[in-house]
Structures are given as C-alpha cells and as structure tokens.
Design a protein around this ligand. Sequence first.
Ligand code: SAH
Length: 346
Amino acid sequence: MKNIKKDIRELSKKEIQDFFLSHNAPSFKGSQVYQWLWKRGTHDFDLMTNLSLEHRTLLKTYFEINHINIDVQQHSIDGTIKNAVKLHDQFIVESVLIPTSKRTTACVSSQVGCSLDCIFCATAALKRMRNLNADEIYDQVIAMDKQSKLYFQRPLSNIVFMGMGEPLMNYNNILLAIDKIIDPEGLAMSPRRITVSTSGIPKMITKMAEDKVKFGLAVSLHSARQKVREKIMPFANKFPLTELSKALTFWHEYTKKEITFEYVVWEGINDKKEDIQALIKFCRQIPSKVNLIQYNQIDNSSMKEAPPEIIESYIKALSLSRIKVTYRRSRGQDIEAACGQLANKL
Ligand code: SAH
C-alpha cells in the first residue's frame, strides 16, 4: 500500500520540534524547518541547507509539502501581474499583484469558484468547487511577495482578500492564513495592511468582531436598497440590509474600525437620486467610506457602467454629506485581472 505522507505544514512548530526529539535529534532542528516553511516559503526539503542529508531524508520519509504552483503568469501593460495558480489537486485559482507608485497589493483568492450569485461577477459563473486551505492562501501571498521583490524591488505592502470566492464562507482558513501572514516567524506583516472583502454576511461579520480581528473590512454593497440589491446579488434575500447594518454597527463598536463600501454604479440599476440618497442614509449609520469601483464588463452581460456624470453626482452628493468617497480605476483589464474578471479562462 502506498504510504500516505502527511503535509508537514499541518503541523505546529511544537509538533515539528517533537518529531525531531522523537527521532533523537535536537528540537531546534524543528525550529529551523519551521522557518524554512513559513518565513522563507520553501517547498522542497532539499533546499533546507542547514539540515543534514540524514535529516532531510527523514523528513521526506514521513512528510510532503503540498504547495501551489504558478501555472501561467500574465503581465498587464500597467504592471499588474495575474497568476493562474495550480493547486495540488489540479484546480486553478487566480491571484493578482497590483503595483502603484507607493504600494504593491496582493489580491488573493479564498475559494475555487464562488457559491454566491452576483450577476455582475465572472467568478460567480464558476460555482464553488471547494475552499482553499490556509496554506494555499498563504502560498499565494508568499509567491506574490517574491514577485514583488523581483519585479518591483520591494516587498508586498498590502493584501486584499478580493480574489475568487467569498472569504467569510471560508473563515477559519483565512484566519489561519492571516495568522501566518502577521506572525513574526511568517511574513511579519501588520494586520492593518490586510483587508478582507465580503459580499456581506451579517453573522460572520459579528463573529469577526467578537474574534477581535485586527484587519480591515470591506463590504461589496453596490446598492443600499434591498430590492435593487437582491436583483444584482440574489443571495442578499437571505441577508437583508437591516441585518447587515446591525452587524456592521456591532463591528464598529467592537473594533472602532471604519468600513469600506465597494460600489459599482450601473446604468438603469442604481443610477437614480433614490439610490444615492439610500447610500448616504446607509453610510450615516456606520463610520464608513465609499470606494466607487469601475465596472469591468464580463461576457454575456448587458450591464453597463453609468456615465461619468452619474458617477460625478454620486461623488458630489456623498462629499456634501461628508462621506469619504474615492473612484477607483481598474487595473489589469487587458489581461482580465480586474475586479470581477477572474474566471480561469486560460
Ligand atoms: N466575495 C467577496 C470577495 C470578492 S472581491 C466580495 O464580494 O466582496 C471582488 C470585488 O469586485 C467585490 O467588491 C465585487 O463586488 C467586485 N466585482 C465583482 N464583479 C465586478 C465587475 N464585473 N466589475 C467591477 N467590480 C466587480
């Protein structure tokens, strides 16, 4: 029978130390392995050069390192890099590295496909195949940190969970991955540089607040009118805006953190005065800012972004109400790396 090896990254540092002790080796060997795995993101026991051949062989006998591979890397004319990431079971997810003059942001996926049904998003058409495990999430980050150093001569400055999938439907694994990202023995990144974006699942937002997470929260709102929101995000009939607003108020009370609302303005959908007024009213309940995002056309969709005058009227009205607002231009559109375009087309 084939010996099924355990993925060593499922072990804690202590468990790896104990493994060495039980094989008559000093426990600090375990700390060294842990560093290779998590600080350096090494995927090959033979690259762990401060271990003896004997210890590397011992590890290979008992363990393997299940890891991602970047299958295809595409470079946009604006510098954005889209990675097709192959998982150990051949599924593919996408992750995107976005450089600006001051930052390099890694946009990571949390699920293969997505179980939500936002009608404007290409990932929704893929259906959810499975959740990513914590290592697969962490590996995307490590891979993009390496790319950032290689192509832009600096480490990653920010991480956003805005790739494929709904992070709050894979909550435990994103927490585990974030633990490693902020761990001084991992990437040692400040949680303030991490943002989790959700389509708005009230129960999970409340849980996150109770868990006292330290990262930022963005909510894909797109409409502050229940009927309209349900049309474009049908699952929202299970998660009404009244509950979302309660959960977000709780989040703010607990964390004191401002929330970012992501919002696309579409022609004929949310381009009326009532839509703007509803958004202002919603924002007044919760310390927040609005990030208007450019709509990226997806296949077989008749939806169109509203013309600039309408976007301008949103910006004016929100500013007059002292609600912070920005309009974000898309990056990586030419390689279909922009918001909502991740669909494993390669
Ligand atoms: N499921 C999470 C994480 C995905 S983030 C969430 O919904 O927040 C992806 C962001 O891109 C979300 O804000 C989403 O609403 C937005 N988006 C999806 N399709 C888009 C499109 N075609 N154009 C612009 N933004 C889009």
